[in-house]
Write a protein that binds this ligand. Structure first.
Ligand SMILES: Cc1ncc(COP(=O)(O)O)c(C=O)c1O
Length: 317
């Protein structure tokens, strides 16, 4: 298990509310109460969010995040502001957050977009953008890798289609279960979790998408051999959140000659892989060293493939 080192001095979190009276969003003091106690985001966890990374003041994969936010809003029947209002509020939040910070062209900022169903009795969602410092543990885990345990999520892999009210493909604010799974893993001495379905399929992490790589030696048709590199992720219709990082990395990997595959995957596929990662927008690619105590691939191959995919992922805008 990795431990977090001393983190860099954190800038104060910046809040920018989407407010029709303020074209670029209304900046609010994050050290003061800003939300009504009757907001349904607080009373019911009824709302949606996105977490994205801005590097050097530029939000990464913004169109993918805005598209997923709009998809989550449709699923929850939430009438949220148009993309332009979000883009302006994000711009304001990043300017405020970075103002006065030492010049650093590669600084990382976590940008959260949040929309709740609003105050009880009103039909207006509450929407805001939050800019904050990334957790130090994420950076460390990109480097050193993580130990993971498999946990049963208790649903079968077809429940998403059978029971759409579970909102499994939407990024909702109801993350208490995901956070509880992470705490459970920490109590077991692990860093993270891969959920499995009750019918034995590999699903996703509590805050990440599962990726695995298989290397195969194949005939090159010229009397020699070549290495076929295949990147695989669980199929998207198994009740998981479609990851913007997985989507963007797959596009870049395809262009670089990787073959792509989508599950169904079972735990044996993870143990047999040459490398496994948990990928997400803030921590990026975290190589998995062990699952339930079993080493995945070898340290050398994990390091080499992680470096290669990191390079590809850095090209993603
Ligand atoms: C459940 C879940 N799956 C996957 C992801 C990865 O998504 P993304 O790559 O868009 O950050 C997240 C991100 O928070 C998540 O919460």
């Amino acid at each position: 298990m990795t431990t977090s080192s001393a983190s860099a001095p954190a800038n104060a979190t910046v809040l920018v509310f989407l407010d029709p009276a303020f074209e670029d969003g209304r900046v609010a003091d994050s050290s003061k109460p800003q939300l009504m106690a009757t907001d349904q985001g607080a009373t019911r966890g009824d709302g949606i969010f996105e977490s994205l990374l801005a590097v050097g003041g530029q939000p990464r994969k913004l169109p993918r995040h805005l598209a997923r936010l709009a998809g989550s809003a449709r699923t929850l029947e939430l009438d949220i502001p148009a993309e332009d209002a979000w883009r302006k509020a994000i711009g304001t939040a990043l300017r405020e957050f970075r103002a006065g910070a030492p010049e650093d062209g590669d600084d990382e900022v976590v940008v959260k977009l949040i929309a709740t169903r609003g105050v009880e009795g009103s039909a207006l969602p509450t929407c805001w953008v939050q800019a904050s410092t990334p957790p130090a543990a994420g950076r460390e885990q990109r480097e050193s890798g993580i130990d993971v345990i498999l946990l049963d999520r208790g649903y079968d892999s077809e429940v998403g289609e059978r029971a759409p009210w579970l909102l499994l493909g939407a990024k909702t604010l109801s993350y208490a279960v995901n956070m509880a799974a992470l705490r459970y893993a920490h109590h077991q001495g692990a860093d993270d979790v891969i959920f499995t379905s009750s019918d034995g399929r590999v699903l996703e992490g509590p805050t990440s998408t599962v990726l695995l790589a298989h290397l195969e030696t194949a005939d090159d048709g010229d009397g020699g051999t070549r290495t076929v590199r295949r990147l695989i992720t669980p199929q998207l219709d198994s009740g998981i959140l479609p990851g913007t990082s997985q989507g963007a990395l797959f596009a870049a990997a395809k262009a670089a000659g990787w073959e792509l595959g989508y599950g169904p995957l079972v735990p044996e596929d993870l143990y047999d892989a040459d490398a496994v990662w948990l990928i997400s927008s803030i921590r990026l690619l975290a190589p998995v060293n062990h699952i339930d105590g079993k080493e995945i691939g070898t340290a050398d191959v994990r390091r080499q493939l992680t470096a290669e995919l990191n390079e590809l992922f850095a090209t993603v805008q």
